[in-house]
Design a protein around this ligand. Structure first.
Ligand code: ZN
Length: 404
C-alpha cells in the first residue's frame, strides 16, 4: 500500500477524494510506500511493471496505452564518454508525459470523475486528451492565443474541447487551476500543486534506466520545463540508493532554454521560495522553437533545483540553433526528436566541452518527445531541397548523387 502526506506539516491525508494539497496548511502532497520492495513485475514491459511503487489501487481499473518500457540506446557518438539515449519518443502520444497521464487518468476513474481539464498546448495536452479518450472521459484543453493549428489538430482527433485563453500562459495556468477547484473538475496539469499523482510518472524513467543499465550512470541529462521530470528521475535513484541497489546517485543535469534560465540563476542565488522564483519570470520570454520547455515560471522548479543541488549536478542552457543541430544528430541515429527534447543531447555536448562530464563517464540523455508532433516548427528553419527529376534525366541525377 501507499500513504499520502503533506511535504510541509507531514500530516497524513486519505486517498478517498481527489486532493491537490494539504487540507491543513496547503502544502504539496507526496507519496510513501512503506512496505514496498524492489520487485518489478516480470511479465509486464510497460511502466506498470513498477505498479507496487505507484499510487494506484486496485490495479483492475488501470487506464493504459502501454506507456513506458522505452529503449535505452547506446549510439557511438563520442569516443571519450559512454553515452546512452533514453528514447521517450516511443510512448503512445510521443512523449514521457504519457507515464504521468496513465496514473492521473486512472485516478480520475477511481475517484468517479467524468471530465479532465488542463492548460497546455504541448505534450501534456496530447497525453491528457488521449488517456481521457481511452477512459471515456470528457476532455477540456485550455491553450494560449495563437497556437498553430498543427499542434492542436491531434486534440480534435482525440475528441477534446479546445478553449483558447485570452491572456498569458501563466494567467491561463492560474485560471485553469482556479476553475477546476471552483467547478470541481479533475485537473491533469503535471505539477505537484495541480495533481500530485502525476509526479509519480517520471520516476519510472529512472527505474527503467537502472534496470537497462544494471547500475546508476554518472550523469542523467534532462530537458527542464516545469521541473517535475528531472525531480522524478532523481527521486527514482534516491529510492534505489535507499534500497541498496545502487552505491551512489547520478548527477542530475537540467537543460534549459536560452533566455529561460531562471532556475540556473535561482540556484546560484540560493532562491528558496516560490514567490521569489515567480518574480524572476521574464515577461514575455524571448521567441523560441523550444516551446515545450520554455516556461517563464517552473511550478516544480524548487524541487528540480534541490535534485540538481543534492546530486552535485548543474543546469545548462541551449540556444535554438544548438537545439536544431542536436535534432539533426539524433535524426542520423534514426531518432526524430522535437527541438525541446533534442536539447538533452545539446546539453551533453555542452557539459562535455565544459569538462563537467569527464572522460570515461557514463551519461544518459533523456530524449523526452517525438519530432513527428512538431514538424511544423521546422518550416523555414530547415532547408527542404527538392531536386526535380523525370524519366529522361532521373538516372543521371541519381548517378551524380551516388558520385558515380
Ligand atoms: Zn500540511
Amino acid at each position: 500500500m501507499y500513504t499520502i502526506r503533506c511535504r510541509s506539516c507531514r500530516q497524513t491525508v486519505t486517498d478517498e477524494t481527489f486532493r491537490t494539497s494539504c487540507p491543513s496548511c496547503g502544502g504539496g502532497l507526496e507519496f510513501a510506500y512503506p512496505d514496498a520492495a524492489w520487485k518489478p513485475e516480470a511479465n509486464s514491459r510497460t511502466m506498470w511493471r513498477y505498479k507496487d511503487l505507484l499510487p494506484v489501487r486496485p490495479h483492475e481499473l488501470l487506464v493504459t496505452l502501454s506507456e513506458g518500457g522505452t529503449p535505452l540506446d547506446r549510439p557511438v557518438l563520442y569516443p571519450d564518454i559512454d553515452l546512452y539515449i533514453k528514447d521517450e519518443t516511443r510512448n503512445p502520444t510521443g512523449s514521457h508525459k504519457d507515464r504521468a497521464m496513465s496514473i492521473a487518468v486512472t485516478k480520475a476513474v477511481t475517484f468517479g470523475r467524468d471530465t479532465v481539464m488542463l492548460e497546455s498546448d504541448g505534450s501534456t495536452a496530447l497525453a491528457s486528451a488521449a488517456y481521457a479518450a481511452r477512459a471515456g472521459l470528457r476532455s477540456i484543453v485550455v491553450v494560449g492565443r495563437g497556437v498553430p493549428d498543427y499542434r492542436l489538430l491531434p486534440l480534435v482527433v482525440y475528441g477534446s474541447h479546445i478553449l483558447e485563453y485570452q491572456g498569458t500562459p501563466a494567467q491561463a495556468l492560474d485560471w485553469v487551476h482556479e476553475v477546476c477547484r471552483k467547478l470541481d473538475i479533475y485537473e491533469t496539469s503535471t505539477f505537484r500543486l495541480a495533481n500530485p499523482y502525476t509526479m509519480e510518472g517520471p520516476k519510472t524513467i529512472g527505474y527503467e534506466i537502472y534496470e537497462q543499465l544494471g547500475r546508476a550512470p554518472d550523469w542523467i541529462v534532462v530537458p527542464v520545463g516545469g521541473g517535475a521530470t528531472l525531480e522524478g528521475i532523481g527521486r527514482a535513484f534516491a529510492d534505489l540508493h535507499a534500497w541498496g541497489k545502487v552505491g551512489r546517485r547520478p548527477r542530475m543535469a537540467g537543460v534549459l532554454t536560452r533566455g529561460y534560465d531562471m532556475l540556473n540563476e535561482a540556484l546560484q542565488r540560493g532562491i528558496a521560495s516560490d514567490d521569489e522564483l515567480r518574480a524572476m519570470a521574464p515577461d514575455p520570454g524571448p521567441e523560441t522553437i523550444q516551446v515545450k520547455i520554455a516556461m517563464t515560471y517552473a511550478p516544480d522548479g524548487l524541487e528540480a533545483m534541490a535534485a540538481v543541488r543534492d546530486s552535485a549536478g548543474c543546469f545548462v542552457s541551449v540556444s535554438d540553433p544548438e537545439a536544431l543541430a542536436a535534432q539533426q544528430v539524433l535524426g542520423k541515429l534514426g531518432i526524430y526528436a522535437e527541438p525541446s527534447s533534442a536539447v538533452a543531447l545539446a546539453g551533453v555536448e555542452k557539459l562535455r566541452s565544459m569538462k563537467h562530464i569527464r572522460e570515461g563517464e557514463s551519461v544518459v540523455a533523456v530524449v523526452t518527445g517525438s519530432g513527428f508532433r512538431e514538424t511544423g516548427t521546422l518550416a523555414g528553419r530547415v532547408q527542404c531541397q527538392r531536386t526535380p527529376v523525370d524519366a529522361a534525366c532521373g538516372v543521371a541525377v541519381i548517378d551524380n548523387l551516388l558520385g558515380r
